[in-house]
Design a protein. Structure first.
Length: 588
């Protein structure tokens, strides 16, 4: 057994996928469903089969084993996915050379370089040269425990500390250039540190490994105030949220996330006990970041800074959450305080009370509209209504739409019927292009049933599969799958499924995933009886075909005067008809 198979036989895919998707068990067949993390949907079409250890989405068509899942959702190479799964589950790794390629080597090196950088910055913060940064954190009320918990650090102003450390570690020049941690001088050659004289915030992937940094300037004349890592092969800004690896457990437990703007907002609120908090990493909120939140919670509270820029950012963020099908609320803190400052001034309980009292996104948007337009004029009220349409048109629930129409009419001084009519039109116009066709392959029922039976019963593969004559499946669109099945008769359970999957590609593999994902029968004996019933039907169909051929031969022999031959064919025909009656199946 190679290492990949060892991993798959040692780890439950439900546990792996459950780290990213909230799964719900369906029935007793070992099947789980959830919202697909690979495309936008409101009704779950994503299925995980615990018995066969694979996943399948009927919405976008993706599917595979746990290794493929980790590769896709983390953007990892095959080796990196193996490494992550092994480390999470305490399984020793084989020699890396067994699974090495150029991309894997680069990404692994970048991960190691960022770990070295994170450790260096932490050591710097503890040293005398980090005194200014420590004093800043103390003024902001950040405790030593929180500093350690978030791995905060300091990049000294020399511009050579990290370059020297990475050179000592032996990383090649092209890897250094790709890291984003160092820069090449325009004149004279040589490298220098990208971050100098800054308080450092390590940015982690969802597994808790550092993949980038944000650096805050310690001096007013050092611009920009915040400097973030560039995009690299291991860091895609549009897909990463600050502190998601810490927040996701609380997000799942509370079924909500709290989105703030800055690193210090996350640190301050987290230290005060609000653990479901995340922030974007120096970018405007993106659909991929929203998907990352939605993997762990159905609702979100947006708590951006109370200034104009923060309000505008919140207004842009709301439609993105609604597109993802999330429930959205908004908190605006009084006194012009950001979340970190509010917690420091009023305490954890006051901040939690604000979160619990958060208003629905519609009321927050309506209040914004009333301040931006002249509500004394019909034109102003209509303009206010139009400004709300991009968000409220996403309401597809009729009752919610009617309630919003009532509120809008009252807020804006418009006639309710007109508002409701406009909302209906906006929803109808929006819904058409979003329609998604369920991805399924058209296959005759008997082929699907028989394939499902063989997948669900080791006994059926051992006892029934050998009885499946080649002539019975000659016309099958799934013939390749059944032929591949013959090579798994001596295997059991998930190992048999994995072996079968490895022999198939393209449409055949897709169909295999569909059939296995849709199967809701948990009893192996029931699968065995299904296989028996299908075999009887196929045998009857084969006999029917043979009988039709014999009838034609009898007629031909009689017409040509070959009486003896006609009698022989008739005898064989009678035998088959008797067998057909005994089987009690009317073949089509």
């Amino acid at each position: 057994m190679d290492f990949a198979e060892q991993l798959k036989s040692s780890i439950d895919i439900v546990k792996v996928v459950g780290e990213y998707v909230r799964l719900r068990r369906v029935g007793t067949s070992g099947r789980y469903t959830g919202l697909c993390p690979f495309h936008q949907e409101k009704t779950p079409s994503f299925s995980v089969n615990q018995t066969r250890q694979f996943y399948k989405c009927f919405g976008c068509g993706v599917g595979g084993d746990m290794i493929k899942f980790v590769m896709e959702i983390e953007g990892m190479t095959f080796w990196e996915a193996l490494k992550l799964l092994a480390e999470r589950n305490g399984i020793p790794l084989p020699k890396r050379s067994d699974y090495s390629d150029a991309e894997t080597k680069l990404r692994s090196a970048l991960m190691e370089m960022h770990s070295i950088g994170a450790q260096l910055f932490q050591n710097n913060l503890r040293s005398p040269q980090g005194a200014e940064a420590r004093a800043y954190l103390e003024r902001r009320g950040v405790s030593p425990e929180t500093i350690e918990q978030f791995g905060l650090g300091y990049a000294d102003p020399s511009g050579q500390s990290l370059v020297r450390r990475l050179n000592e570690a032996g990383f090649p020049q092209d890897f250094l250039d790709a890291s984003g941690l160092v820069r090449r001088r325009q004149e004279g050659g040589g490298l220098y540190d990208s971050f100098r004289g800054r308080l450092m915030f390590p940015i982690h992937n969802e597994t808790g490994k550092p993949i980038a940094f944000g650096g805050r300037a310690m001096r007013d004349d050092d611009q920009p105030k915040y400097l973030n890592s560039p995009e690299t092969p291991i860091y895609r800004k549009a897909s990463v949220l600050y502190s998601l690896h810490r927040a996701k457990e609380s997000m799942r437990r509370l079924n909500r996330g709290v989105l703030v703007e800055g690193y210090m907002d996350v640190i301050g609120t987290y230290a005060a006990g609000v653990h479901e908090v995340v922030a974007s990493c120096g970018t405007a909120l993106t659909p991929n970041q929203v998907k990352a939140i939605h993997r762990h919670a159905d609702s979100v509270i947006v708590n951006f800074d109370p200034d104009t820029a923060g309000a505008n950012a919140a207004e842009r963020a709301i439609p993105i959450f609604l597109d993802e099908g999330m429930h959205v609320k908004v908190v605006t803190l009084e006194s012009g305080l950001d979340p970190d400052e509010y917690v420091k001034n009023f305490g954890q309980e006051a901040y939690r009370a604000k979160l619990e009292a958060a208003s629905g996104y519609f009321h927050w948007l309506a209040d914004r509209a009333r301040t931006k337009f002249d509500m004394r004029t019909p034109e102003g009220r209509v303009d206010a209504f139009k400004s709300l349409l991009p968000a409220v048109q996403k309401i597809t629930d009729k009752l919610e739409r009617a309630a919003v129409a009532d509120d809008l009419a009252g807020y804006l001084g418009l006639e309710r019927g007109l508002v409701l009519d406009q909302l209906k039109r906006a929803v109808t116009d929006r819904r058409a292009p979003e329609a998604r066709t369920r991805v399924t392959t058209q296959v005759p029922a008997i082929e699907r049933i028989l394939l499902g039976a063989f997948l669900g019963s080791d006994r059926a593969r051992r006892e029934i599969l050998p009885l499946l004559a080649p002539q019975m499946i000659d016309g099958f669109s799934t013939r390749d799958i059944f032929e591949a099945l013959r090579h798994t008769a001596d295997l059991e359970g998930a190992a048999a499924f994995a072996a079968l999957e490895s022999r198939l590609t393209g449409p055949a593999q897709t169909l295999l995933h569909e059939v296995a994902a849709a199967d809701e029968i948990s009893d192996e004996q029931a699968h065995f009886h299904q296989a028996q019933a299908c075999l009887r039907r196929l045998e009857a169909g084969l006999r029917k075909k043979q009988m039709d051929e014999l009838k034609l031969r009898v007629k031909t022999a009689e017409r040509e005067g070959r009486v003896r031959e006609a009698l022989d064919w008739m005898s064989e025909l009678n035998r088959l008809e008797a067998a057909q009656r005994a089987a009690g199946i009317a073949a089509e």
